[in-house]
Ligand binder design. Sequence first.
Ligand code: AMP
Length: 217
Amino acid sequence: MRIVLLGAPGSGKGTQSQLLVKTYRVPQISTGDLLREAVASATALGRQAKTAMDQGHLVEDSIVLGMIRERLARADAANGFILDGFPRNIAQAAALENLLAELKQPLEAVVLLNLDLGILFKRLTGRRICEDCGRVFNILTSPPGTPPHCEKCGDKPRLLQRPDDREEVIGKRLEVYDAQTKPLIHHYRENGLLRVVDADADVATVFASLQRAVQGS
Ligand code: AMP
């Protein structure tokens, strides 16, 4: 399986990728996660990326492409991968195409998780992450108990909000998606790779549609 999950922030790419990982045993490669790791370990690259991320802008292509090149070269990606949050613009898509041609591992499908803007906003503002196990919750759409807590880790670990899920940054991220990432829909429809999945349903229903979309490829 060599696929890209395309979709606006909050469309469920991360959650659905994790289910694909469990089912198909190929790694999820999320540039957002790789960048957050670099920020958390305060590498030079992380410091450079942080400003753009905190403001909801895209991080420079050269940084992201370097990360992807390195990650795809690792042994576990030899049998396939799920790209989550990459590519984010046309230049990244072109670079990916070249890289995968070099590796003789062309993409099999690009799946768009399609969701209404109003729902995205609610999903993002409500998103919280357990600081211990990393599980993702939504305090607006599926409240994790009172007081909100992670059922696996109890009420000790805090449920954290990503800095870029703050309301004032979300608008910018959705704007950037519209201007820079949305044109990829047309790009991948033109080259025949695009599949569209309705992401306005519960996790299991979306996953079933996603599997059908992937297997149809
Ligand atoms: P995500 O977790 O995918 O929503 O990404 C969080 C933030 O990381 C984005 O708002 C961007 O600032 C940055 N980012 C993630 N992936 C990319 C990418 N492919 N290109 C540029 N910036 C990215």
